[in-house]
Write a protein that binds this ligand. Structure first.
Ligand SMILES: Nc1ncnc2c1ncn2[C@@H]1O[C@H](COP(=O)(O)OP(=O)(O)OP(=O)(O)O)[C@@H](O)[C@H]1O
Ligand SMILES: O=c1[nH]cc([C@@H]2O[C@H](CO)[C@@H](O)[C@H]2O)c(=O)[nH]1
Length: 368
């Protein structure tokens, strides 16, 4: 690739890179770099250099992007045999879903994820661009397949089993995240999912502790809870469901006292706050006075896929927009997940900027 294009790719991957770094990485002099940049500006491939103001700092979502396939059984699901079903395809991955929710709610949002050079990788990026998500920090992994997630839903829309082929996320290493340090440092809030390798999560937490960008971690599944480091210092908030909490604690969550004890353990490990989602039973969250519960609104389930991600996105939106109350954040989360469960799509298409500004019990949030 010609030097000018190599330089362009380096700037695309890291718009904060200095001319000195560019010169060192490309084996050029500073003045040659300046000349190439001037040419790229003339060609309008670079539109200018910007200062990043605090009020435009984005929420940076870090983790998985998938192509989701949902197979919904047309009748009662029978195991060990073939069931007539309808298939739909959509874009998924916990971090990507959260990013799409946030962008559609009007928050400046950027996504750090890995995609392959395949049709689904290109489609994932194009769809994210169209949703207004900044994808310039995405890692393109040569020779790897983009992630896929295949879920089997029963005739009522409840997920019965799902299979995730997401080996590509192993490329999201601490060394890769070091290359995205400037973008992370410019974030208002970092939201990471546990599709990331353990050491990457640990590295991000270390940076949060040292650098002060608040960080939220969203659990993904029971098998992936082991990616959550023991040491949680630096973590502003952990969001996980009851099964994931039981897996982390190594014991059953068969009473509110057991849940409270497990949350306290997570706080002793270093997490500032914890939210436990409990499906139709709503959520519990930590407060200085102990654990509090909120009930989920009753909803007619169309498809539960994405409910947890919508919940996490609304909580993050609430924190990002300056409200420090976890109670308000959880109410917003419950409202957005109810709306998502009432939609066939993983990210509800009715989302719009200003939606969560309304009173959280608004009928618009709970119904169409
Ligand atoms: N059947 C349901 N009825 C009402 N609300 C629900 C139901 N299932 C989920 N929710 C809402 O969605 C939130 C998140 O759901 P859940 O606890 O199942 O998390 P999750 O396992 O991360 O979700 P998922 O993986 O399905 O996206 C719940 O706190 C609740 O508000
Ligand atoms: O291991 C994983 N399973 C499923 C998902 C994603 O969860 C979403 C639903 O909550 C869905 O979009 C799937 O891709 C993931 O990111 N990692």
């Amino acid at each position: 690739m010609p030097k000018k294009d190599q330089l362009y790719e380096l700037i695309r991957a890291n718009p904060f890179i200095s001319q000195q770094d560019l010169a060192a990485r490309l084996g050029l002099s500073r003045s040659a770099v300046a000349n190439y940049i001037a040419t790229l500006v003339r060609e309008r491939r670079i539109l200018g250099r910007a200062y990043v103001l605090p009020d435009h700092r984005p929420v940076v979502c870090i983790g998985a992007s998938n192509l989701d396939r949902k197979l919904r059984s047309l009748g009662p699901l029978a195991l060990g045999t073939s069931n007539p079903a309808r298939q739909t395809e959509s874009f998924g991955g916990v971090a990507r879903n959260i990013a799409e929710n946030l962008a559609r709610l009007g928050a400046p949002t950027s996504l750090i994820t890995a995609v392959g050079p395949d049709a689904s990788g290109r489609a994932l990026l194009a769809h994210a661009d169209e949703a207004g998500i900044d994808t310039r920090s995405v890692l393109l992994v040569d020779g790897a397949a983009s992630g896929t997630y295949t879920a089997v839903l029963d005739e009522d829309g409840e997920m019965r089993v799902a299979l995730a082929d997401m080996a590509i996320n192993d490329a999201l290493t601490p060394a890769f995240f070091a290359s995205r340090a400037p973008q992370r440092a410019g974030a208002a809030l970092i939201v990471a999912d546990l599709n990331l390798p353990h050491d990457a999560v640990a590295g991000l937490l270390g940076d949060a502790l040292a650098g002060g960008v608040p960080m939220v971690v969203v659990a993904v599944s029971e098998p992936k809870i082991n990616r959550l480091p023991r040491d949680l210092r630096g973590l502003r908030l952990l969001i996980l469901n009851l099964g994931e909490l039981a897996e982390r604690a190594g014991r059953a969550m068969d009473s509110e006292a057991a849940i409270a004890r497990a949350c306290l353990d997570l706080q002793t490990d270093g997490a500032q706050d914890v939210i436990v989602t409990r499906g139709a039973q709503g959520v519990m969250f930590t407060t200085p006075d102990g654990l509090r519960s909120l009930a989920a609104p009753a909803v007619d389930v169309v498809d539960v896929t994405g409910a947890g991600d919508a919940f996490a996105a609304a909580v993050c939106w609430s924190l990002y927009s300056g409200a420090s109350s976890l109670d308000l954040a959880c109410r917003r989360g419950l409202a957005l997940s109810a709306m998502t469960i009432g939609c066939a799509q993983t990210v509800c298409p009715q989302l719009a900027p200003g939606l969560l500004d309304e009173p959280v019990d608004s009928p618009r949030l709970l119904k169409d």
